[in-house]
Design a protein around this ligand. Structure first.
Ligand code: NIG
Length: 404
């Protein structure tokens, strides 16, 4: 070891969520700069420069939140109240947030995004994706991308979130795939499309995805959120990293997702399409919960994400998502924690350290991975579901730096 080292001792339970998925009792972990240098039974731990006593608490990887929409101003309380009184969610509500976001200054928007990222971090999220999608013209999408690039770990271009009022859909798609894509390209790694009734048709969605792939972006899809549709099949056909929402699935959708992983042996080049479930959104929109149990049983890798946004899921609490996945979606605690850590990393293609070592693996605890971890104010991860709604985040390290 060459850098400054910290040892965390007194860990009651340590869930690695790496390939071996070990659960260690009486464990210790050594952080060296931004990496994990050692982990194992406390009795065998090496010496370190400084020491932190976990006091018997549980240690997990930091949450990987692979789906958020944090670049917005305003809120939609009235729409939420109307929904709780019986109205159904429709994509058109997005335009309310577009108006508020366009009115915000760069400083306001930058500080709103930074506050939201900090809030997520304080609650254990150590790696986070966010999106544009509340700008919906060339200048405003580029502004959202530039502002979010300062804070988000991964940034997605979602110009194809809604056809703005006054536009013909086909003209708007030409703008998204032309000048808008060029304007955001320096800031983003991913592209997404809302393939749904009231947003973009499968053909329009495919056109957007292909143009973005040609521009070198990885692909993601919002699919099968409000009803059955083509989103999942499109995502698999276009080799998207993830299809998100997945509330209304047919057996053929699940088969297509499972098929995309056949032959996957952990190598980055043959990853399939992750199914990303967004339980907080499902509850807030009163949609059927995504069939995470069925997906896992079929062999589909599942991610859990917050979908933090002002319309359908105004929370970045991954602990809430984990508790919901256990209590209402039929996952075990270990499965839900895995989906909220390793699953999110897989959906962002960040579960492995790159060959040149330039980007460290996140979402699991192993030697050489990024030192992203959290201690719970509880002796085991089971308490996330056993004591739902309680603030259990005790301490958080991101890339070896203490966040909380
Ligand atoms: O992921 N589904 C599309 N986009 C967001 C909702 C955006 C909004 O209503 O503001 C989502 O749920």
């Amino acid at each position: 070891m060459t850098g400054a080292t910290t040892i965390i001792t007194g860990i009651g339970e340590l869930m690695t969520q790496d390939a071996e998925q070990r659960v260690l009792k009486d464990a210790a972990i050594v952080l060296e700069d931004e990496r994990i240098a050692w982990l194992g039974p406390a009795a065998n731990a090496p010496a370190a420069d400084s020491r932190y006593d976990a006091g018997g608490r549980a240690c997990l990887p930091g949450w990987v939140d692979s789906h958020t929409h944090l670049v917005f101003a305003g809120d939609r309380t009235a729409e939420f109240e109307a929904r709780m009184a019986g109205q159904s969610y429709a994509a058109g509500g997005i335009s309310v947030t577009v108006d508020a976001t366009r009115r915000a200054s760069d400083e306001e928007l930058g500080s709103l995004v930074a506050q939201r990222v900090a809030e997520a971090g304080a609650n254990g999220t150590t790696y986070l994706e966010t999106k544009t999608g509340y700008g919906l013209n060339v200048e405003e999408e580029a502004r959202s991308a530039r502002i979010a690039a300062a804070t988000a770990d991964e940034l997605t271009f979602l110009g194809a979130h809604l056809v703005p009022q006054g536009w013909k859909a086909d003209d708007y798609v030409q703008t998204v795939t032309g000048p808008m894509l060029s304007a955001v390209r320096p800031y983003v790694q991913w592209a997404d499309v809302f393939c749904e009734t009231g947003a973009f048709t499968p053909d329009q969605s495919r056109e957007v995805l292909r143009a973005c792939r040609d521009a070198g972006l990885g692909l993601r899809v919002h699919g099968n959120q409000l009803g059955p549709g083509e989103g999942v099949r499109l995502a698999v056909e276009e080799a998207a990293a993830s299809v998100d929402h997945v509330n209304h699935l047919e057996l053929s959708d699940i088969d297509a997702l499972a098929g995309s992983w056949s032959g996957w042996e952990g190598d980055p080049d043959s990853r399939g399409t992750v199914a990303t479930c967004l339980p907080a959104c499902d509850l807030s929109t009163r949609q059927p919960l995504a069939p995470a149990r069925q997906l896992l049983d079929a062999g589909v890798p599942v991610a859990l994400a917050s979908n933090c946004n002002p319309g359908t899921s105004y929370t970045s609490s991954m602990a809430f998502c984990v508790a919901t996945a256990v209590l209402q979606m039929g996952l075990t605690v270990a499965e839900a924690v895995r989906a909220a850590t390793y699953g999110g990393a897989l959906a962002l293609h960040r579960e492995q350290t790159t060959d040149d070592g330039g980007r460290l693996a996140v979402g699991s605890l192993a030697v050489g991975h990024r030192a992203d971890l959290q201690l719970l104010d509880a002796p085991s991860a089971t308490h996330l579901a056993y004591r739902p709604g309680m603030q259990l985040t005790h301490a958080v390290w991101r890339a070896g730096q203490r966040l909380r």
